[in-house]
Write a protein that binds this ligand. Structure first.
Ligand code: HEC
Length: 245
């Protein structure tokens, strides 16, 4: 929900993937930088219109943490590829930062570079300038500018200390790993349809799923998803990739 990762600090992932709109935005073509309002009420800001419209619909993000998903985006341009050392094929090839933990983490590195989604138009801010000049990694690179913003906020820095080491810098890949870990948890969750299960004396309508069975808060809102064997539409190729893991 924090817009800090957008060039002009005005757009967050939730601008287009909001829980209220089933982790999407409720409109055909989303509006990132240069828009105002949320969900179906989001419109272009006449005082600061975007350079280009986003060309595709923002998909809902449910279930993307499931192992069945081996590619991201409508055209699958980000995908598991075991022939590469990084194990992930990305549109950036060698320009990509190394060290992302998962496909979802690699995915998180892209919206922040898109002018229309989060970076903003050329000359608008430091991130969009770096993106337009093609400088992504290293000093002055877009990912480095963004991660420096995070480092300056003591609450965020403190959260990263135990992970990266208190004296070591945070890398953007650490940030994207963290967002991906959070997304993964949300995305095996599923939207509640109907009143859900609650005990007699509970007055709330929230179905806590697996946590009702185990009592473990880590299982809150987790629900069983189909096992691989039950997903008949999965192609043999995808199954082969997953079985090799
Ligand atoms: C301005 C709107 C917008 C913002 C902001 C945005 N996204 Fe998206 N997101 C999209 C669109 C549009 C697509 C589909 C793009 C495509 O297929 O080419 C997408 C695709 C995705 C996908 C792939 C889903 C799939 O099924 O393949 C994930 C995951 C995702 N976004 C997560 C994020 C995260 C994390 C952030 C924040 C760092 C973010 N998005 C910010 C619009 C947005």
């Amino acid at each position: 929900m924090d817009p800090i990762l957008s060039g002009s600090k005005s757009v967050s992932c939730a601008t287009c993937h909001h829980p209220r709109f089933n982790t999407a935005d409720g409109i055909s073509l989303g509006i990132g930088d240069g828009g105002v309002g949320l969900g179906t009420e989001r419109v272009i800001d006449a005082a600061n219109p975007p350079e280009k419209r986003i060309p595709r619909n923002a998909p809902a993000l449910f279930n993307l943490g499931a192992a069945e998903f081996v590619s991201c985006f409508h055209d699958g341009r980000l995908e598991v590829d075991k022939t590469r050392a990084s194990r992930i094929r990305t549109p950036l090839g060698g320009e990509m930062e190394n060290g992302v933990a998962t496909l979802l983490s690699a995915q998180t590195m892209f919206p922040v570079l898109s002018a229309a989604e989060m970076a903003g138009y050329f000359s608008e801010n430091d991130v969009s300038k770096a993106v337009r000049q093609g400088v992504l990694t290293g000093p002055g690179g877009a990912w480095v500018i963004l991660v420096k913003r995070i480092e300056k906020i003591p609450e965020y820095r403190a959260r990263f200390d135990p992970i990266v080491g208190a004296d070591d810098p945070i890398h953007f890949t650490d940030t994207s790993d963290a967002i991906a870990a959070c997304s993964k948890r949300i995305m095996i969750s599923m939207p509640q349809i109907g009143p859900g299960k609650a005990t007699e004396f509970e007055r709330h309508q929230g179905d806590e799923g697996r946590m009702r069975v185990t009592g473990d808060p880590a299982d809150a809102y987790a629900f069983r998803t189909p096992s691989l064997r039950n997903v008949a539409h999965i192609t043999p190729m995808v199954i082969a990739v997953l079985m090799e893991r």
